[in-house]
Write a protein of this length. Structure first.
Length: 74
């Protein structure tokens, strides 16, 4: 399952902890090994500037790291 944990319709950059929370919530339903972070749609022409799109990707990567740490901690 690849839930959209960052949005395409606004220039709002989601906080990594919010992204992690969303991923953990999905993982608890479908299993941690069955979740990959994704966008809710393509960011291409929808986000105002390429820097914003990359900032969203960076936040998503950090959120995924946080979620992985929580979900896979011994």
């Amino acid at each position: 399952l690849m839930p959209g944990v960052v949005g395409h319709a606004s220039d709002f950059i989601e906080h990594p902890e919010l992204i992690a929370e969303r991923l953990v919530r999905y993982a608890r339903v479908v299993g941690r090994e069955n979740v990959i972070a994704g966008t809710d749609c393509g960011l291409g022409g929808r986000v105002g500037h390429a820097k914003l799109a990359w900032a969203k990707f960076e936040a998503m990567a950090e959120g995924a790291r946080l979620a992985s740490k929580e979900l896979w901690a011994g």
